[in-house]
Design a protein around this ligand. Structure first.
Ligand code: SF4
Ligand code: SF4
Length: 297
């Protein structure tokens, strides 16, 4: 049976997809430093270097793309390229790798995003672009949207309206919904605006001494983690240290961000009672040390 080209969707504000804090661009984490405690996130995406390998066929089959293998691979390279801070060919494994640097809200153990109030977003007007592009998330290439949207709306417990009265948001590979389309474009713009910051982080990764000074691993360590199946997460202070050193944020903004994060961490520690992890205390100490240093300087 031929599948419909269009998809209908309306959010009923059930709040179920806010079951964890969002991933976001680095500058969004800075703007929202008074709302969220975040971590710096490194993800490595691997694509087949050539469309002729068995892996390429498998990759294409798993992707759920609506277009043939070769254009799907070109589309994936183009799309990842909007967000990648480094691309590299890895001949030994017949792959092209893309390093993606972003921020992610720390899990505070509540089972939902810290900004969720009841079923509604408590920061709706300033919510990250990730949340603005649900369910056509900007990391998804156009030809894969229908598949990912179908998976999203059929998630157990989600109460998205996909009935005949909901508006059409997707037609083939095209996002019809204006707000979502704009959100996807804004995400690319934000990634571009953060590129200098990300480039500086990558430069630190390549310089062992400087990397160790701010708390960054090497690029190879990040790829190694990815090959073992996990992303690399570090306290966001590492990215803000680089931003302050490189003049991407002012010393005053750096100090303010450290104070905002310390206040959120103190609040979380107070709520946890006696069950406080060493990691949380360590993070608080790191932020407090930065603004004590700023005061002394
Ligand atoms: S920021 Fe708002 S929309 Fe985004 S996950 Fe949190 S509560 Fe949901
Ligand atoms: S699960 Fe669907 S209906 Fe519920 S908040 Fe998320 S997008 Fe809206």
């Amino acid at each position: 049976m031929m599948q419909s080209e269009t998809r209908r969707f309306a959010c009923t504000s059930c709040g179920r997809c806010c079951n964890r804090g969002p991933e976001m661009e680095l500058s969004e984490a800075t703007s929202l430093a008074g709302t969220f405690v975040t971590s710096l996130l490194f993800k490595v995406h691997s694509l087949p270097a050539s469309e002729r390998s068995g892996w390429a066929k498998q990759w294409w089959g798993n992707r759920g793309s609506r277009i043939p293998l070769r254009p799907a691979l070109e589309e994936a390279r183009r799309h990842l390229g909007h967000f990648a801070s480094r691309r590299r060919i890895d001949k030994s494994r017949d792959r092209q790798i893309f390093l993606d640097i972003s921020a992610i809200v720390d899990d505070d153990g509540q089972g939902h995003c810290p900004a969720l109030v009841g079923d509604l977003c408590g920061i709706y007007e300033s919510r990250p672009v990730t949340c603005r592009t649900v369910p056509c998330h900007y990391s998804r290439a156009p030809s894969t949207l229908r598949n990912s949207l179908d998976q999203f709306t059929s998630t157990s417990g989600y109460k998205c309206d996909t009935g005949a009265s909901a508006p059409i948001i997707l037609d083939g590979n095209r996002v019809i919904d204006e707000a979502m389309r704009i959100g996807r474009e804004q995400a690319i713009e934000k990634a571009k605006a953060d590129q200098r910051w990300k480039d500086r982080i990558v430069a630190f990764l390549d310089d062992g001494e400087r990397a160790a000074r701010v708390g960054l691993p090497s690029f190879d360590a990040i790829v190694g983690n990815s090959d073992r199946g996990y992303a690399t997460m570090l306290p966001m202070i590492v990215a803000w240290r680089v931003a302050a050193i490189e003049g991407i944020i002012s010393p005053e903004r750096f100090e303010e961000v450290c104070r905002e994060q310390a206040a959120l961490l103190k609040d979380r520690i107070a709520r946890a009672g006696g069950q406080v992890s060493g990691e949380l205390l360590g993070a608080l100490a790191a932020y407090q040390a930065e603004f004590s240093k700023a005061r002394a300087g």
